[in-house]
Design a protein around this ligand. Sequence first.
Ligand SMILES: [Zn+2]
Length: 321
Amino acid sequence: MRLGFLLLVAVQALGSLGLPLVYSNASNISNVSSASNVSRVEQSVIVGTSNGFFWPQPETPFPSWLTDFTGLTEWPGIDPPYIALDFIDVDRLPKYEPYSLDQCERVPRDACSFDCHSCLEPDDIYTCPKLSQTFDDGPSGETEALLGKLTHKTTFFTVGVNVVRHPNVYRRMVEEGHLIGTHTWSHPYLPTLSNEQIIAQLEWSIWAMNATGHHYPKYFRPPYGAIDNRVRAIARLFGLQAVLWDRDTFDWQLSVPSLRTTEDIVRDVQEWKTRNGGLILEHDASANTVEAATRVSELLGNDQLTVAECVGGIDYIKKYY
Ligand SMILES: [Zn+2]
């Protein structure tokens, strides 16, 4: 109960501020990769149903404080229930219409969509003074192979259903000094969802991290880079700061060798090294992307930063002991 109480106090304090705590000081957005063709066909990383899990089942125990708060006794499936939070008034959120993957033409420019228009807001993080790797979609059975190879601290954006399925991998990430942010509960295309569904995606991902790693995240990467000012407004209410990227390995294409090979990625990284800094998008949910990530890590060496270090920010909003 105490953990849940502390979680809510933290959220309420941030909600009353109404602003994220850390801002990117980067202003040059010319290097941002075109997000409109990014990760459109990203491999599915979630196996489950709307009301339950397929194998592997959750291993993180469902905490009693979360039962007290939600009335539930087990982790939800891929369509998590909306639990109202008293610091969020859905009627005061921006009124931008939901849109799906193929509806960018109906998205107004002032919605500032990153996936449709490569648009960034001042508090979005998208680059780094040192060329640095980041990893989405884990933790997975493959993440451990990557952890065994990394000799520098890096940033993982984890999916809640995978956090509760692989709590030991998650805790190893934390113990080895890596930074972890949220990548939602079950990896949907957020702009399609209602306000309540977006809130559910963020709150359940935070509770999974809270129950598994005993911390409250600061950083949030939207799946597919799909974020507009409606999604941003909801994320900010949780104190979350959006993290995008300006160097894309397109490693999800490695599953189709005619599309992309590890050598293609190595060639791109060698070119990126000749420029100033950058934030690289990679994935740790499959063997081929982890193999490529290991090659990239060897190429870049240890002179990399976590996302928090990139912007001189905090690692977590709160840690619970
Ligand atoms: Zn993802």
